[in-house]
Design a protein around this ligand. Structure first.
Ligand code: NCD
Length: 357
């Protein structure tokens, strides 16, 4: 079905991102002009996974545009608990609403939802895969705080393996070009290979570092992340990874005066609370930017005023994705769809996992 779904921010052009950033700023400065722009429209928020910021900022965004909201924030309270498939839930809810915002624990779930939806789907996080509207929030923040989206040395610290915000942000910055990345993590929690391939292909330089102290002085932006406990296969594995990277005052002394510290939040213990008053701590400002970015996105999608082009994919019924966290492992009726990845290899069209390593 031809709809403007937002599954991956990289399915829009950089010009579209700049438009969204401009619109978000206009909404922030002139909220009264937008109060009834979505009157009579309904947004469904389907959250199969916990959320505070993403869900509430989407809901607040729609309410501030004069629209209304329906949805669930816990699948236990919906027919999902009776065994309803994603396909059926989406088919039904998309008949009640004009736009669906969904978060799901399986990688590729939002893409899968597009196959049965009658209205646009916005991916609000699909497992450890992508989180395009957090990246939109991050781009608005970079534009506001740094005045530019390129030319930065960006340190990404913590859970780079399962942190979907990291994957979406690196992809976006590679599309813009002109930035360098410092990947700060344990070897177990470095970024997936497909993200390294994207960096290689883009020509953006990157290096890996195993301490914050070792590189903080070189950074323009430090993007801290939570260790994603819910994505580990055992509690022991999580225990081994937690508490390794903590940003505190001591480390901030080594940082540049114009560094900004970002974090998608929620934080656990990776940023000491006494950093919050440091003017370089941008994470609360970043969270506030999210609502305006989402207002801009909802408006543009509902007005049909944005071009989003999903990558071409094709069915190969004889092949299967081997990623255990992929939506195709749970929803068995899904067609086996593939696309070409950055290196021209076959990759799952839902979760991006390459077929052959
Ligand atoms: C992030 C997420 O859900 O991926 N949070 C968010 O959307 N602001 C990061 C996280 O949960 O650690």
């Amino acid at each position: 079905m031809a709809q403007n779904h937002l599954i991956d921010l990289n399915d829009c052009s950089v010009e579209e991102w700049n438009e969204l950033i401009r619109l978000a700023e206009d909404i922030r400065l002139n909220p009264a002009d937008y109060l009834s722009r979505c009157r009579g429209r309904i947004m469904a928020t389907l959250f199969y996974e916990p959320s505070t910021r993403t869900q509430m900022s989407f809901q607040a965004a729609m309410l501030r545009l004069g629209g209304q909201i329906i949805g669930f924030d816990n699948p236990v309270n919906s027919s999902v608990s009776k065994g309803e498939s994603l396909k059926d839930t989406i088919r039904i809810v998309s008949g009640y609403s004009d736009i669906i915002v969904m978060r799901h624990p399986s990688e590729g779930a939002a893409k899968a939802a597009t196959l049965s939806s009658l209205c646009p789907i916005i991916n609000a996080g699909d497992g450890g895969h992508l989180h395009p509207t957090q990246t939109l929030t991050d781009l608005v923040t970079l534009a506001n705080e740094k005045g530019s989206l390129s030319g930065h040395t960006i340190g990404l610290c913590g859970d780079l393996r399962y942190g979907r915000t990291v994957h979406s942000l690196i992809k976006a910055m590679c599309k813009i070009g002109g930035s360098k990345f410092v990947l700060i993590s344990t070897p177990e929690l470095t970024v997936p290979q497909y993200i390294k391939d994207i960096m290689d292909k883009s020509g953006c330089e990157y290096c890996e570092c195993n301490t914050l102290e070792g590189c903080i002085g070189d950074l323009d932006v430090l993007y801290m992340t939570r260790i994603q406990r819910e994505r580990f296969s055992s509690p022991e594995q999580y225990e081994k990874q937690k508490g390794i990277f903590v940003l505190d005052r001591q480390k901030m002394k080594k940082a540049r005066r114009d560094l900004i510290v970002m974090h998608p939040l929620p934080r656990v213990d990776e940023i000491a609370v006494d950093i919050d008053d440091d003017p370089r701590a941008a994470y609360f400002r970043q969270a506030a930017n999210g609502m305006y970015g989402r207002m801009a996105l909802i408006l543009k999608i509902l007005d049909g005023n944005i071009t989003i082009t999903q990558p071409a994919s094709f069915e190969r019924p004889e092949l299967s994705c081997h990623n255990p966290r992929c939506i195709t492992q749970q929803e068995r009726y899904l067609p086996h769809c593939f696309k070409e990845d950055a290196n021209g290899r076959l990759a799952c069209a839902y979760c991006d996992e390459a077929l052959e390593k």
